[in-house]
Write a protein that binds this ligand. Structure first.
Ligand SMILES: *Cc1c(COP(=O)(O)O)cnc(C)c1O
Ligand code: SF4
Length: 337
């Protein structure tokens, strides 16, 4: 019998934990809140790779990694000011699978699947089923890109594009390479942090072989997500010419202290990654328990700025529908004119 070779990362994805009862068991969590968790997981399923649990503390509901993936009763509250589509992405969606919001770059979602489900995610209600085309829809995406000479950068985002097999990525990148004006290929993915074995030699070689300048933007929110061994994963990517950046989301009771944020920047850099963005939360329904005021965010950011070299300070930004860029949040307290 012929079977395609299954990589360890693919097996790990299939074996991810999706049953709240199993998570409760493995991490010895209080049974009293399991029922509510099951309800929350019906709205947005639980999903976490097994190995990621090794970086969490058993029995600690406040563990900063656990909080990011733990379905809880608070998610069920419908609160004013929190929407299902806070970014109004439906309006910048000219063809299925493509978002064109900013000058010079377009974001392509080849898949709606992620390797982990982050409870604060603004895409938790995105109608992926209508928007993910499979390779049938590639033609329309490629036509759109080719028809707009102002687009020089393609961002593969998601979902998480690295849940796709290398062959699929390779075919899509080959198609992009036939569009002459494209210069840069960027991949946004949470998998390299959560499931580092995703970074296969084949993947690195594929990235090194394209004619594009390549950028990998990881998504890491807390220093506990980083083990120093990750330097072994990321340094070879730098040597292969891939620029490594990170985006984080500022999350209440996860990374909302100066010490945590400073340590995060330092440790990202230690494994070869430069901090890029620190996003304030998008106000998506079910994520209010992670929200902080802009005032608090800008204060934290200023405290960080005082403790780090400029190149380790991520830009603090928020997304405002209709704006031509992510908006920088700066404290106005210090201007004198
Ligand atoms: C965030 C985002 C980008 C990338 O923005 P950069 O500022 O270039 O990192 C591009 N397209 C969409 C739709 C986005 O949401
Ligand atoms: S899109 Fe990113 S933030 Fe959202 S669930 Fe997937 S991995 Fe998490």
């Amino acid at each position: 019998m012929h079977t395609d070779k299954m990589y360890p990362w693919q097996t790990a994805m299939i074996q991810a934990i999706t049953d709240p009862a199993e998570l409760w068991d493995l991490l010895e969590l209080p049974p009293a809140i399991l029922d509510e968790a099951k309800k929350a997981a019906r709205l947005f399923p639980l999903k976490v790779p097994r190995r990621f649990l090794e970086r969490m503390e058993k029995g600690n509901l406040n563990d900063p990694l656990l909080r990011q993936i733990l379905p809880i009763g608070e998610e069920l509250a419908i609160l004013p000011g929190y929407d299902a589509d806070p970014l109004q992405e439906n309006q910048v969606n000219p063809v299925p699978g493509l978002l064109h919001k900013y000058h010079g770059r377009a974001l392509v979602t080849l898949t709606g699947t992620c390797g982990i489900h982050c409870r604060y995610c603004f895409r938790r209600y995105f109608p992926y089923a209508d928007n993910i085309t499979g390779s049938k829809g590639w033609g329309r995406i490629l036509d759109y890109l080719a028809s707009d000479p102002s687009i020089v950068e393609v961002i593969l985002s998601g979902g998480d594009p690295l849940v796709l097999p290398d062959n699929t990525l390779k075919q899509f990148i080959a198609a992009l390479e036939t569009i002459p004006q494209l210069k840069r290929l960027r991949i946004h993915s949470r998998l390299p942090i959560v499931l580092p074995e995703r970074i296969t030699l084949e993947w690195v070689n594929m990235m090194a072989a394209t004619r594009f300048q390549t950028i990998l933007v990881t998504h890491c929110n807390h220093p506990n997500e980083l083990a120093l061994e990750l330097a072994r994963v990321f340094m070879p990517l730098r040597h292969a010419g891939i620029m490594l950046l990170n985006q984080s989301v500022l999350l209440k009771q996860v990374n909302d202290t100066v010490e945590t944020l400073v340590k995060l920047s330092e440790q990202l850099f230690a494994v070869g990654i430069q901090p890029y963005y620190l996003h304030v939360l998008d106000k998506v329904q079910g994520a209010a328990q992670f929200d902080l005021t802009r005032q608090t965010a800008s204060q934290l950011h200023w405290e960080m700025t005082k403790k780090l070299p400029g190149y380790l300070v991520p830009k603090l930004v928020c997304e405002q529908p209709g704006m031509p860029a992510k908006l920088p949040i700066v404290s106005s307290d210090f201007y004198t004119d």
